[in-house]
Design a protein around this ligand. Structure first.
Ligand code: GLV
Ligand code: MN
Ligand code: MN
Length: 409
């Protein structure tokens, strides 16, 4: 069975890479921190006797052949990049849990019918380029030239960051996998919510992943003197943006399921005594029900236009990404549920509000996810925490599910 101590030790070692004074980690894509994390993960893959390689998008994978090397593989994946000042578990648990499963299979001398691979995808979080899931997009062959032009805050586009990291953006198409090469995709991840904690359960079976829409809202008003311009004759872009932020909260909350977040704001020129002339806001809207999300988006757009029209402010919307929700495979859900039962755990089904690489991989093969209980539901925060025992339990469920899906004759 899986070695929980080894998994925990590796989680702790990986958490030291990119550790910041504030206590969290920062490992953005194509940076020395992400490179160091991938190097450490590659060393673990070697300890697990896996054949290690990195593809044209920087996805790092380790493979163990099955009885039939031509059979489609069972792919286990997650990521080692992080948000800024993120936690130690979001991503690493899935990658290191996958390696632990394969090392256990190796140590037990188990021969699976199908090959099994574990992958650390490049840039799941989108923290640097406001895109995210770059590596898994590349796996499906859907990472476009336009995607590669997304820029970070310093104006560096993905394609340049790739070159700086020794990758050739022209070759990113080589990272594409055929549906025929993959039998199933599995991801072990922390829940990042409070549902399992409330149920008193260490793990859960994911039903599907909510679909995100990421927008950039640009407000243009007129900069002016804060002391001399009467309140009635201002065109304050930030006051308009503040009204729109209120609309986002109201409209998302009124659905009961959609979540709406403004996580970035930029104000120009940004002086204490200057009326803001320009503002950019990011908007992240998600729901497991696409129609509900899209209706909320429609109402936000309509009301934002009305508010800006009334205030004499120009408003434009840019779309960074739009993904539909991704349902998990019924067959994989049943396999995970059977593994839970075998371990004496009540199988509990729940959706994922967070995005995951499986949303893209699901275009190639059936996809399933196992959630591990999060303490207080906190994530994207240095306080993110799952216990050693729960991580081990999640890894055991992954092990049993992998053996079921990879087959043993
Ligand atoms: C990544 O964690 C996301 O859900 O945005
Ligand atoms: Mn994640
Ligand atoms: Mn995350």
């Amino acid at each position: 069975m899986v070695d929980g101590e080894r998994l925990w030790k590796r989680l702790s070692e990986l958490a030291e890479i990119g550790k910041r004074e504030e206590g969290g980690v920062a490992r953005f894509s194509f940076t020395p921190e992400e490179r160091a994390a991938k190097n450490l993960v590659a060393s673990y893959m070697e300890e697990a006797n896996l054949a290690v390689r990195e593809d044209a998008a920087g996805n790092l994978s380790g493979r163990r052949e099955g009885r039939d090397p031509d059979a489609p593989a069972v792919l286990i994946g997650s990521h080692v990049d992080s948000v800024s000042n993120g936690g130690d578990f979001d991503g690493p648990l899935g990658v290191l849990g996958g390696i632990e499963v394969l090392q256990t299979i190796d140590e037990e001398g188990v021969q699976t019918d199908r090959p099994v691979e574990v992958v650390a995808f490049t840039d799941e979080e989108g923290a640097r380029f406001s895109l995210g899931m770059i590596g898994s997009r590349a796996l499906t062959g859907m990472l476009s030239r336009e995607d590669l032009r997304h820029e970070d805050r310093d104006g560096v586009p993905i394609e340049q960051a790739m070159r700086d990291a020794g990758l050739d953006p022209e070759k990113v198409g080589d990272a594409a996998r055929s549906p025929a090469s993959l039998a199933a995709y599995l991801e072990l991840h922390i829940e990042q919510g409070k549902v399992l904690e409330g149920e008193g359960l260490p793990v859960g079976v994911v039903t599907g992943i909510a679909g995100p829409v990421w927008l950039r809202l640009s407000f243009s008003g007129e900069a002016g003197h804060a002391g001399t311009t009467p309140m009635g004759s201002r065109r304050d872009a930030l006051a308009a943006a503040a009204e729109v932020m209120g609309i986002v909260e109201e409209e998302a909350a009124s659905t009961g399921s959609t979540v709406g977040t403004v996580g970035q704001i930029e104000v120009r020129p940004g002086g204490i005594n200057i009326i803001p002339g320009g503002v950019e806001l990011s908007l992240d809207l998600r729901d497991i029900d696409e129609a509900v999300r899209d209706r909320a988006e429609g109402r936000i757009r309509e009301r934002a236009e009305e508010a800006c029209g009334r205030r004499g402010i120009g408003l434009s919307f840019g779309e960074l990404q739009r993904l539909p929700p991704a349902p998990c495979s019924e067959e994989i859900r049943a396999s995970i549920a059977a593994a839970c039962e075998r371990e004496g755990i009540r199988p509990y089904a729940l959706p994922s509000g967070a995005g995951h690489d499986g949303m893209h991989v699901a275009e190639l093969c059936p996809m399933g996810m196992i959630f591990v209980r999060s303490k207080d539901g906190i994530s994207h925060n240095p306080k993110e925490w799952s216990s050693r025992e729960d991580c081990e339990t999640g890894c055991k469920i992954l092990y049993l599910t992998v053996l079921d899906l990879a087959g043993q004759t």
